[in-house]
Write a protein that binds this ligand. Structure first.
Ligand SMILES: [Zn+2]
Ligand SMILES: [Zn+2]
Length: 141
């Protein structure tokens, strides 16, 4: 396990994971699916490469729920903690809320703010994107 490894766990402690590389870009997602899935105003993820991610215990308790044509979430069947974001069954991000200690990344933007909860006001100065972080060809409308 490398010095830079990130570890995380669910609320009940059955499921633990490790990311063997520094985490990538992090953002707060305000889309209605993440809000509903987390039961929260928004969800915060940091990207990771699927090959750097490993379940270190409790993989048998991990349930993946994916939406049609999109990504999904990996959560603990026992306590409900959402541990990671998935894409086609592969882990592509971790939820910063389940990282143990300092993840050494900070959320850099708000995404899908067009779907933001009406009862939550963003009061920081991070960039806000209507949907995804715009690609190099500009914002989609
Ligand atoms: Zn759990
Ligand atoms: Zn989302």
């Amino acid at each position: 396990m490398s010095e830079s490894a990130i570890t995380g766990r669910c609320l009940c402690g059955v499921v633990t994971y490790r990311v063997d590389a520094p985490l990538g870009a992090a953002d707060h997602c305000h889309c209605s699916m993440c809000r509903r899935q987390h039961g929260a105003a928004f969800a915060t993820y940091a990207d990771c490469a699927p090959s750097d991610f490993a379940w270190t215990s409790g993989e048998e308790a991990v349930q993946v729920y994916e939406v049609t044509g999109g990504g999904g979430w990996a959560f603990c069947r026992n306590c409900g903690s959402t541990l990671a974001g998935t894409d086609g069954g592969r882990i592509t991000s971790v939820t910063l809320g389940t990282v143990e200690g300092d993840p050494h990344v900070r959320a850099a933007s708000h995404i899908f703010v067009d779907s933001k909860a009406p009862w939550f006001e963003i009061d920081d100065t991070l960039p806000q994107h209507a949907a995804r972080e715009p690609a190099s060809d500009g914002d989609e409308n």
